[in-house]
Design a protein around this ligand. Structure first.
Ligand SMILES: C[S@@+](CC[C@H](N)C(=O)[O-])C[C@H]1O[C@@H](n2cnc3c(N)ncnc32)[C@H](O)[C@@H]1O
Length: 215
């Protein structure tokens, strides 16, 4: 059966993120506010805890795809991880992430990079690939979201090391949908349990966090 796509949204455009992060830079400079933690701190911290307890070496190469203000990387640095790279296609996000984290964690590297366009060969391989909300944004692209999602999946598979873990958190796709989308290139390792709600007799989750390994 054909995958159904999300309704297009401005959240799927670079223009939206440029404006959002321009405002967030101003807020940070004026009030020290580092900006939104997408899907809330609980869902971020759940994944950060999982990563820190999954047995990875502290110097494992970690990349955060669409890192935004760099919250996840800063928290991983706080837990002692040393080999951290954040990429985002928005230069403003990278500027914000550097401003927020450079003093405390100068070893976190950041790079402007479009995960559905640029060549991942220049980035190398990673033991941990993390995404929270970026595959969601890509799926909202008003211009051929399926093409962009498929390119994203190919790129992630290419960057993942043989024993590496790809950890994705989404609020637009269910666990089952994520497993289906990635099944050609990735094997399911674990669904990280997230709080569930019940509505009209059906049980669902507000966010899904799924861990994959290379196939
Ligand atoms: C919902 S935000 C999540 C930000 C961050 N991961 C977090 O959890 O706070 C989506 C992020 O994906 C970035 N993004 C969207 N499409 C991208 C692409 N093709 N390449 C790189 N980054 C992208 C946006 O600039 C934005 O920072």
């Amino acid at each position: 059966m054909e995958d159904s796509e999300l309704d297009p949204s401005e959240l799927g455009t670079q223009d939206y993120w440029q404006k959002a992060y321009t405002k967030e830079i101003e807020n940070f400079v004026e009030h020290g506010d580092p900006g939104d933690v997408w899907f809330g701190e609980d869902s971020a911290d759940r994944v950060i805890n999982w990563i820190c307890n999954c047995g990875v070496d502290k110097d494992t190469a970690v990349i955060d795809l669409g890192c935004g203000n760099g919250y996840t990387l800063s928290e991983l640095a706080r837990e002692g991880l040393t080999n951290l790279l954040g990429i985002d296609y928005c230069e403003e996000a990278i500027t914000l992430a550097k401003k927020v984290s450079n003093t405390e964690f100068p070893h976190i590297k950041y790079k402007v990079f479009n995960i559905t366009q640029d060549s991942v060969a220049e980035l190398g391989k990673f033991g941990i690939i993390h995404d929270k909300g970026t595959y969601d944004a890509i799926g909202l692209n008003p211009d051929d979201p399926k093409k962009h999602r498929e390119k994203y999946i190919d790129q992630v598979a290419e960057m993942l090391s043989e024993e590496g873990l790809f950890i994705i958190t989404s609020c637009n796709w269910t666990d089952e949908e994520l497993i289906k989308h990635f099944s050609e290139k990735m094997k399911l390792k674990r669904v990280i349990p997230t709080p569930q709600f019940k509505f009209g007799g059906k049980v669902g989750s507000v966010v899904s966090s799924v861990v994959f390994t290379k196939k």
